[in-house]
Write a protein that binds this ligand. Structure first.
Ligand SMILES: Nc1ncnc2c1ncn2[C@@H]1O[C@H](COP(=O)(O)OP(=O)(O)OP(=O)(O)O)[C@@H](O)[C@H]1O
Length: 278
């Protein structure tokens, strides 16, 4: 559904992305791992064209959007929802109105300026809030919510946009472990249910292995790993994070890869047809 082909981006002499290639399918939750400065945010910014790539293709629904402008660029941005590290909510507005901001691109200017939203959009926003477990908070001010709840409003806002792809840039960087798991679970579950592909930048290898259906390891501007979490090895982690020689990380990766292998085996056993013996 979404193909990134030979993407390049430099800032002056600083080559950030150097021939990045990968694909995403509908409903797939893919995590991008890489050291600080590897170009993870630049990659997301190129995909929704907040930054223009130097060359390469970004194919969404068989259309290369790497160079589109005007109406086509607006259409691309409608198709791509964003979840930010700091949620970017309007603090003094209600939770519901923040989610309705995700509908802005579809509504006339006056509707947003006067904060008068069609009933069907209000219902959609409420459904999105229910999906992230916030139905009881609809009319509360955004800044009265905890950090984790505010991030879930951010997810609902992205879902209300009804995008084909969600880009999440370190969505749990400022959350405690319990809230982080909740937020990642909600992103994965909601997107799976609605067939939305997710590309999610993370710094935590354990969350990447727990939640990612696939992991893309970015290092030195290139994809050095692109596979299911059960195939991540300590050697691969060192390739993604050069110079990281940490026995506890290696142990964690080996243990989690084994757990994921077991999980996949039991899932495939469940999917196998059962033959009745006459
Ligand atoms: N607007 C910009 N102008 C110049 N250089 C930039 C710009 N944006 C990013 N860079 C540079 O590009 C490189 C990659 O930055 P980027 O933010 O994409 O990395 P990252 O992998 O997301 O890092 P982190 O995990 O720390 O957020 C860095 O060297 C950064 O300084």
């Amino acid at each position: 559904m979404i193909e990134i082909k030979n993407l390049h981006k430099s800032y002056g002499d600083n080559t950030v992305l150097s021939g990045v290639d990968f694909e995403l399918t509908a409903g797939e939750f893919v995590v991008v791992l890489g050291p600080s400065g590897a170009g993870k945010s630049t990659l997301l910014r190129c995909i929704n064209r907040l930054t223009d790539p130097d060359c390469g293709e970004i194919v969404v629904n068989r259309k290369d959007v790497a160079n589109v402008q005007g109406g086509d660029l607006q259409q691309l941005r409608r198709n791509v929802g964003m979840i930010f590290q700091h949620h970017n909510l309007t603090k003094r507005l209600s939770v519901l109105k923040n989610v309705l901001m995700g509908r802005m691109a579809e509504l006339p200017f006056w509707s947003c300026a006067l904060q008068l939203f069609p009933k069907k959009d209000v219902e959609l926003a409420k459904r999105c809030l229910a999906q992230v477990g916030l139905d009881a908070k609809v009319y509360e001010r955004a800044d009265s919510l905890s950090g984790g709840q505010q991030q879930r409003v951010g997810i609902a806002r992205a879902l209300a946009q009804q995008p084909q792809l969600i880009l999440a840039d370190e969505p749990v960087a400022s959350l405690d472990p319990q809230s982080s798991r909740k937020v990642l679970s909600y992103i994965r579950k909601s997107c799976k249910e609605q067939g939305i592909a997710v590309l999610c930048n993370l710094h935590q290898i354990d969350y990447a292995m727990e939640f990612g259906e696939r992991i893309i390891g970015l290092s030195g501007g290139k994809v050095v790993f692109n596979d299911h979490p059960e195939h991540l090895t300590p050697e691969m982690v060192e390739k993604i994070y050069p110079g990281l020689e940490d026995a506890s990380v290696n142990k964690l990766v080996s243990r989690m890869a084994a757990e994921r292998r077991e999980l996949r085996q039991s899932e495939s056993r469940l999917q196998r047809p059962v033959w009745k013996v006459a």
